[in-house]
Ligand binder design. Structure first.
Ligand code: SF4
Length: 351
């Protein structure tokens, strides 16, 4: 399902493109200059399943901090640069595994060339990022507004600029907060380029709206085999971005592993705090590296049957509940022991 005709690009010790698995990216919201806080956040993101991390590099101090950050983390580090080409050069020298620039706001051709020269010297890929919000005036006029066609043309122009400098170690990202425009732009650009694409819906909002917009936008794009790395942008803890991205990939069958929790919507038969219990189960299963489905169901009468396809499940009753597997009852437990009982069964599966 993943496009395999894209160019393979090496980012640190990971490869994207050419049919490699779609990787999850996130971005730190700590001050990059604060090495301790940034490293701590990256560790939490690594644990959550983040494959590649990006940090903002707005100052020379931030660029210098990359050196120290790199020593303490285990995933590739991407430096995000706007406006100042010297920050891009310093970031590469300080060990960035990839840099993200918009050649349109880096300044003159010579400045872009200086960045490309440094990237060539270190073999560091450049992600050419174009955002609908920063589309150039002539393209807005040409297409009568901000359009998918305009974003694609802008990105390809910049890619052409770097190619003419003799460099093709590139990744492209085109972003828009308009989900439908973003989908269209990806469909268009996928036909016109073989560079891997980093896909995300930008400024998608707080956790609820960000998740819905990202799931829809990324879902449609990834389902067509387009996209090599993804980011779910949320106004919130970046760990939530990684969790959402994992769920999107798993739902599309693009990622394996991890316990999937399904739960019933509850109805008039529910006699336990199912919403609370489902949350507790979701939290508890994070410790298990099992590729299984766990169901949390609201009643013992219908629950085990409705969740017949689940490898393990809980069905709550009145004062007691069931632990079941593939529709078969394993044991009956007092309600307050259901979570521990489920954990015990999971432990058996790990062995
Ligand atoms: S499992 Fe039971 S409580 Fe949950 S929706 Fe079905 S019938 Fe209702």
């Amino acid at each position: 399902m993943i496009r395999d005709n894209t160019k393979v690009i090496q980012i640190g010790d990971r490869q994207i493109g050419g049919g490699n698995p779609v990787l999850i990216q996130s971005m730190c919201n700590t001050k990059t200059e604060d090495v301790k806080a940034t490293v701590q956040q990256i560790h939490r993101l690594e644990e959550a399943g983040c494959d590649i991390i990006r940090v903002a590099v707005p100052t020379m101090e931030a660029a210098m901090a990359l050196k120290e950050i790199k020593k303490h983390i285990h995933i590739p580090l991407v430096a995000d640069i706007h406006f100042d080409y010297r920050l891009a050069i310093a970031s590469i020298e300080c060990g960035a595994d990839k840099i993200r620039i918009n050649p349109g706001n880096i300044g003159s051709g010579e400045r872009v060339a200086a960045v490309v020269e440094k990237a060539k010297e270190y073999g560091v890929p450049i992600r050419v990022g174009v955002n609908s919000g920063s589309l150039e005036k002539p393209l807005i006029e040409k297409y009568g507004g901000v359009t998918a066609e305009g974003i694609v043309e802008s990105a390809l122009e910049k890619v052409g600029m770097i190619e003419r400098l003799g460099y093709d170690n590139l990744v492209i990202s085109i972003k828009s907060s308009d989900v439908m425009m973003c989908i269209k732009a990806h469909e268009l650009i996928a036909k016109k380029t073989r560079y891997p694409l980093h896909v995300g819906i930008t400024e998608s909002g707080t956790v609820l709206s960000g998740n819905i917009k990202s799931a829809l936008g990324l879902g449609v794009i990834l389902y067509q085999g387009i996209g090599d790395t993804i980011r779910v942008s949320l106004t919130g803890d970046p760990v939530e971005e990684v969790r959402s991205a994992k769920l999107i990939l798993k739902t599309l069958g693009l990622k394996k592993g991890g316990v999937e929790v399904v739960s019933c919507p509850t109805c008039g038969r529910t006699r336990i705090d199912l919403i609370g219990l489902a949350g507790q189960v979701e939290e508890m299963v994070k410790d298990f590296d099992l590729d299984i489905k766990v169901a949390v169901m609201g009643c013992v009468v219908n629950g085990p049957g409705e969740a017949r396809e689940a490898d393990l499940g809980i069905a709550g009753g009145v004062g007691e509940g069931l632990i079941f597997s593939r529709g078969q009852i394993l044991k009956k437990l007092p309600e307050d022991q259901l979570l521990a009982g489920l954990r015990e069964e999971l432990m058996k599966m790990v062995k």
